[in-house]
Ligand binder design. Sequence first.
Ligand code: GP9
Ligand code: MN
Length: 674
Amino acid sequence: MIKIKRLIHLLRLKVLNYVKNNVLFLSFLFSSIVNTSLLRFLTVKNYFNVGPILLDITVLILIASIGYLIKPKKRFKYYFSFSIVIVLLCIVNSIYYTNYISFTSVSLLATSLQVIDVSDAVIENVMELKDFTYFWQIAFLMFIHFNLKKQSYYNSKKVSKNSFLNCLIICMLTLGLFICTMNSTDYSRIRKQWNREYIVIKFGILTYQLNDIFQSVTPQISPLFGYDKANREFREFYASKNSDENNMYTNIFKGKNILMIHAESVQNFLINTKINNKEVTPNLNRLAKEGLYFSNFYAQESVGTSSDSEFTLSTSLLPSSSGTVFVSYWDRKYITMQRLMKEQGYYTFSMHGNKGSFWNRNVVHKEFGYDDFYYYNKDFVIDDVIGLGLSDKSFFKQVVPKIKEINNNNEHFFGTLIMLTNHTPFTDIEGISNFAVDYKYSAVNEQTGLLEQKTARYLEKTKMGSYIKSVHYADEAIGQLLADLEKNGLLDNTVIVIYGDHDAKLKMSEYNRYYNYDYLTDNLLAEDDPRYVKFDEYDYEINRKVPFIIWTKDSKDNSLLNREITSVMGMYDVLPTLGNMVGIGSPYALGHDIFSIDDNVVVFHDASFITDKIYYNSQKGEWALIDPDFKASVAYIEKYKKQAERLISVSNDIIVYDLIRKKEQSELILRGEK
Ligand code: GP9
Ligand code: MN
């Protein structure tokens, strides 16, 4: 007992001694951690997560440890300067959060003056008193410093490599501890950095900001190398590219309003699907039946999911090979559908029920040529929240009067409505639709001899089940929108274009149950059962199709506009195809007008591709036949393999090296206009 007491006493003395000898170091550390945590508390209201505190401590000890290598008399200046940086970081982020519900990015600050039209932003409370609470750190450190000076503290100090090394060891330990708490979502989110709040909640503000610097600087550095080669290949590619010829669809929609509906995560296999004899998507089915329905259409997104699809649709280019265009390469010059429509005299707008900073849309949409971006609580009443933001039904309700006003004030409009509710994880929105996903059937009760209604547990409480309910909700929302548009006379001169932005990314096992459930045995069919539907990884890839529909009120009576197009088509074909119909086009489109090409190919971000004949997996170098009668030759595969790699490379070079802008600039110089 006495021994323990002595040990505790000794330990106390040691700690006190350590604190006495390291007052400045500890004061810096303490005040900085309080401030970075305070920022999290006041912004994302994240109180009980140890992860960000561990990482903040790691980064701060790393910074503070260098103080031990600095002469004692200059040490205060070092800690003081970093304190100012931390205080400013907290203040700037606090203000930014108040106004944009997100955190700042170096890449945005550098160009913010050109692109953020402040008058457009929701700056109701530019600054609040709470934004300045962080200043206490400066006063606190100065107070400590003057007291230490009085006690001649600095005279007794020396440069200490040992203390520095001890700090590094502690850093490794805290970092190791943090890494143990990370999951795969964390890794992917920090790499993509599109959900800034998530990163601050999980990693803390300091790691977020360091990661942001890295993400923002990489695209600036990479163009320094390889420009000449990229430029040559770019020019050669477009010099040899044939442009699509006019066809019977040319200008068919010239002068019509265009309303694009970005159908979040809606996949094509649910179109015309019935469960319990009820259609999952009755509204989409009707539109597909009455309009132009492209039934083999693929999104070509990469890690940038929704934003990549928006990018590919708008530009007919492919997503960038590293990072995402919306976050890292949004400031390059692109020929976009929005800009081209604007040049035709259209008013262009986008609307979305989530925060404007998501995917950096509040910056990118302006840059891409939308006159206005209506979003979240800037323009909508957030009266019904599901998942990430405003529910689709409430969103669409509020969208209609706005479109009406737009229609009254402009000759033509081109708008994009970005849906949100049908977003992963679909479990969050269980109960939003009463669509039954368990099998209902009648069977005779052997004891009573009477016919009974039975339910076999099919998809309820599975991811697939939640997804189907959620898609049903999205379909109802689309139905409601169309009915409201019609009521307001807004369908008379408007073309509705609906695209699924990417697949739902459900697991293969979900499909297995979906295709192979036998309600009579309440089990999955055996593989040797003749009814068994094989669904391997190739079927999975081929099944990632999303709907693409072009519909007008009277398309059902027009044989040109009332057709199913089964040729394989990709998101990059939308600009050439729809563009031809409205009288616009981009000379840099990588895709084709589907009505002018016979042997189309859809290239995915990893150089896998699909044609009407085969699906080729570039990772494995293997392919699956789509047309069972096709004899795939090496020459056929090689031709498309080369084409896929070339498209990806040219597209990525345009993005990274800003080749369209450079080409336009050199043309101006040649013409003597610059
Ligand atoms: C976010 C929404 C979803 O506002 O568009 O984006 P996603 O996660 O699908 O890329
Ligand atoms: Mn999406």
